[in-house]
Design a protein around this ligand. Structure first.
Ligand SMILES: [Zn+2]
Length: 289
């Protein structure tokens, strides 16, 4: 699906269509009984009520228009060594084929923006060529949030395998090749695209706002992982760095999406619009854009 916002288009580019995880593996608060109490408002495709498993997709977003071509996030990648989860060690080119299917080659991308630097968002940053990790997007500048880099640089000294090894194979090579640029809390990339650092899920978690014509979209990375958090915005994921801060950012960002009539574009479930409902949010279909 291509989303049209004024003079800009945004494509959702899948790296992995779906993996099902136990609900309380993703969210410590999502025990079976807590989830069973959520009787409605919870899209069936995103949750298997019999098994208690929650669906997660792994997607990036491609922004194109008169300005730069920007890829937001880069999935799990291929050929990476990860200590657990077989799906982290994929070797197929499904993501590149999905990019090609919307008419984009690796050479077309001007910027790669990371919403944060967890392993499942930076994988396609690099590819192994003759034993060396090199940038996949050969012309691109890679934009990284300074607070995220500051923390991980320190952790990397103590543990080179920080973030399941993804810092070593998917971030450090960008800096060695001189293609990484750091940004601080607010950064305007073009007339339509701005980045804002909202620490919580990670110290440099970044929300990408795209506005053109009368339409706005928020690409939110892991500010929200699953639709269940629309009903329970206070449920932070097991992977959040600061639970309370992540929850506050989630509520603030989702409220902003609802109040502006924008499209929410999350990393791990399909885009939707929102309306405030009770203590949480309900989805509305994206409709014709
Ligand atoms: Zn993620």
């Amino acid at each position: 699906v291509t989303f049209h916002l004024g003079s800009v288009t945004i494509d959702r580019v899948l790296d992995i269509d779906e993996i099902f995880f136990p609900s309380d593996y993703l969210f410590p608060d999502a025990t079976r009984s807590a989830v069973d109490e959520l009787s409605h408002g919870f899209v069936d495709e995103q949750f298997d009520r019999d098994s208690g498993m929650m669906r997660q997709a792994f997607a990036a977003y491609l922004i194109r228009g008169a300005g730069p071509t920007v890829l937001v996030d880069a999935g799990v990648g291929r050929g990476k060594h990860r200590p657990f989860h077989p799906w982290h060690r994929r070797t197929d080119d499904y993501f590149l084929r999905n990019l090609a299917a919307v008419g984009c080659t690796t050479a077309d991308v001007d910027y790669v923006v990371s919403t944060h630097l967890h392993a499942d968002h930076v994988g396609w940053n690099t590819e192994l060529v003759d034993g060396v990790w090199v940038p996949t997007f050969e012309r691109a500048r890679y934009l990284l949030a300074r607070p995220e880099i500051a923390m991980l640089d320190e952790e990397y000294v103590a543990d080179p395998e920080v973030c399941l090894g993804s810092y070593r194979d998917s971030i450090v090579p960008l800096r060695e090749h001189g293609v990484a640029d750091l940004f601080d809390d607010e950064h305007h990339l073009s007339d339509e695209i701005s980045l804002s650092v909202r620490p919580g899920h990670t110290p440099g978690t970044t929300v990408v706002r795209v506005a053109s014509g009368s339409e706005t979209a928020f690409i939110t990375g892991d500010v929200i992982h699953h639709e269940v958090q629309l009903l329970k915005p206070e449920w932070s994921s097991a992977f959040c760095f600061e639970f309370d801060r992540a929850a506050a950012v989630r509520r603030r960002t989702l409220t902003e999406v609802a109040e502006t009539g924008a499209i929410l574009m999350p990393a791990h479930f399909p885009p939707c619009r929102l309306q405030v409902s009770g203590g949480g949010f309900e989805t509305r279909s994206v409709g014709q854009t």
